[in-house]
Design a protein around this ligand. Structure first.
Ligand SMILES: O=C(O)CCC(=O)C(=O)O
Length: 189
């Protein structure tokens, strides 16, 4: 599913969570997370971000010019964080949750290359809910574009030079009527 030229930097595991685990986690997160709708300022104009978010982490973090406060992990996410750390052989101390209510919600093109994430961050991205296209674009050269449809219960690992060489985005898909939640586990220094 990952094109060979991306395989050093991106790894995809289709059924990382079973269907039941993924359903359960999605319902739990919709109900229990105190979702925030935040503003974003682009070129001097202020908009509402086209998704709901929640940051949970042991240290502060600046994301899209917004300071994220320290928040402790609820038990369900603590268990997932430990499992990911064990299976990927690394540590995570924070997670960014994004709730795309339908296909009008999206995430703009960017790379997770903030200094606080270190030079070659490992980011573990769990997808729940409706399948959405995750688009990866080369920063240089031919600016080649790749589309990865991320499935319910899947894990996408972004590692090595994924943030240095590529941008990623979750474009709008107007025909999609159902919701999707994405969790990106990170280590913030
Ligand atoms: O929703 C997604 O799969 C993308 C999330 C993302 O790009 C991010 O959290 O940096």
């Amino acid at each position: 599913m990952i094109p060979p030229e991306l395989q050093d930097d991106f790894v995809y595991i289709e059924n990382f969570l079973s269907e039941d685990e993924a359903d359960d986690l999605m319902n739990y997160l919709i109900e229990k997370i105190d979702w925030e709708e935040r503003e974003i300022t682009l070129f001097g104009k202020t908009y509402m971000q086209p998704r709901l978010i929640k940051w949970i982490g042991e240290s502060e973090y600046t994301y899209s010019n917004e300071r994220m406060r320290v928040e402790t992990f609820p038990r369900r996410l603590e268990v997932l964080r430990e499992r990911l750390g064990r299976e990927l052989g690394c540590k995570f101390n924070s997670v960014l949750l994004n709730y795309y209510r339908d296909g009008n919600d999206s995430m703009g093109r960017h790379s997770d290359d903030e200094k606080e994430l270190g030079t070659r961050p490992i980011i573990a991205s769990i997808s729940l809910g409706v399948q959405r296209d995750f688009v990866i674009v080369e920063k240089l050269g031919m600016k080649k574009r790749y589309v990865l449809p991320l499935e319910h219960g899947s894990l996408l690992v972004m590692r090595e030079d994924s943030q240095k060489l590529y941008l990623h985005e979750l474009p709008k898909r107007k025909k999609v009527k159902e919701g999707r939640i994405n969790l990106t586990f990170r280590y913030v220094y």
